[in-house]
Design a protein around this ligand. Structure first.
Ligand code: DX5
Ligand code: ZN
Length: 226
C-alpha cells in the first residue's frame, strides 16, 4: 500500500478574520495542501468564499491551493479561479452537464483537475473521465457545511474508487472530505484514501492547528501499519 498521506486543512473552519495567520500556521505544521471550499448558495445551500480569497491566499502560502468548487455551472469560473492562483480545481459532475469538457478546460489552463462525488453519486461517474482526473474527492458528508458527521456507508465508494485508480494505473490523489477526524482517518486510509481534507479537526481543534495536524498524521500512519 502507498504510504504517503497528504493533509489538506479546509479553511472553512478557520477564523476568517485571521485567515492568513491560520494558513501560515498550517503550512509550518506540515500541511500539504490548502483546501478552499467555494459555495454559491445554489449548488449547495450555503455561501462561503470566492475569487478574492483565493487570490489573497496565493500571496500568503506556497502550498498548492486545492479549490473545491461547490458551484453550479463551474465552467463559467474555471479560468478566473486559475488566474486567481488555484493549483487544483475540483468540480462536481452533478453541477455540470459537460464536466468532461470542463476538465479539459481546466487542464488547458495549465493546472490540475479534480472530480468530487456527492454521497448519492456513484463512482461510475468517473469512468469516462478518468484520463482527465488528477484528484478524486469523495464526499463523506453532503457538501455545504463543516462539522457534519462522517457517513460510514461511503467507505464502500472509497474502496471502489481505489480499485478503479489502481486498475487504470492512475496516480490521482484519492481525497476524502467531511467528518475527517482522528477517529475516521483509520477507516478512510484502510479504504484506500491518501489525501485527507479536514476543517473542524484542524482549525476547530482546542489543542491548536499544529497538534491537530500531527494527530491526523499519526492516525494515518497507524492505519498503514495495521
Ligand atoms: C463541506 C466541505 C468540506 C468542509 C469539511 O461541504 O466540502 O471541505 O470544510 O468540514 P469538516 O472537516 O468540518 O467536516
Ligand atoms: Zn471541501
Amino acid at each position: 500500500m502507498e504510504r504517503t498521506v497528504y493533509i489538506a486543512p479546509s479553511i472553512l473552519a478557520a477564523d476568517f478574520s485571521r485567515l492568513g495567520e491560520h494558513v501560515r500556521e498550517a503550512e509550518v505544521a506540515g500541511a500539504d495542501l490548502i483546501h478552499v471550499d467555494v459555495m454559491d448558495g445554489r449548488f449547495v445551500p450555503n455561501i462561503s468564499v470566492g475569487l478574492p480569497v483565493v487570490a489573497a491566499l496565493r500571496a500568503v502560502t506556497r502550498l498548492p491551493l486545492d479549490v473545491h468548487l461547490m458551484i453550479a455551472e463551474p465552467a463559467r469560473y474555471v479560468e478566473a479561479f486559475a488566474h486567481a492562483g488555484a493549483d487544483i480545481l475540483t468540480i462536481h459532475p452533478e453541477a455540470d452537464v459537460h464536466f468532461h469538457r470542463t476538465l479539459q478546460q481546466i487542464h488547458a489552463l495549465g493546472i490540475r483537475a479534480g472530480v468530487s462525488l456527492n454521497p448519492g453519486t456513484s463512482e461510475t461517474a468517473l469512468r469516462y473521465v478518468l484520463p482527465l482526473v488528477d484528484l478524486v474527492l469523495v464526499m463523506t458528508v453532503n457538501p455545504g457545511f463543516g462539522g457534519q458527521n462522517f457517513l460510514p456507508e461511503i467507505l464502500d465508494k472509497v474502496r471502489a474508487v481505489r480499485y478503479m485508480l489502481d486498475e487504470a494505473k492512475k496516480p490521482a490523489l484519492l481525497s476524502v472530505d467531511g467528518g475527517i477526524t482522528v477517529g475516521t482517518v483509520p477507516l478512510v486510509i484502510a479504504a484506500g484514501a491518501n489525501t485527507l481534507v479536514a476543517g473542524s479537526a484542524v482549525f476547530g481543534a482546542a489543542e491548536g492547528v499544529a497538534s491537530a495536524i500531527a494527530a491526523l498524521r499519526v492516525a494515518a500512519v497507524g492505519a498503514f501499519e495495521r
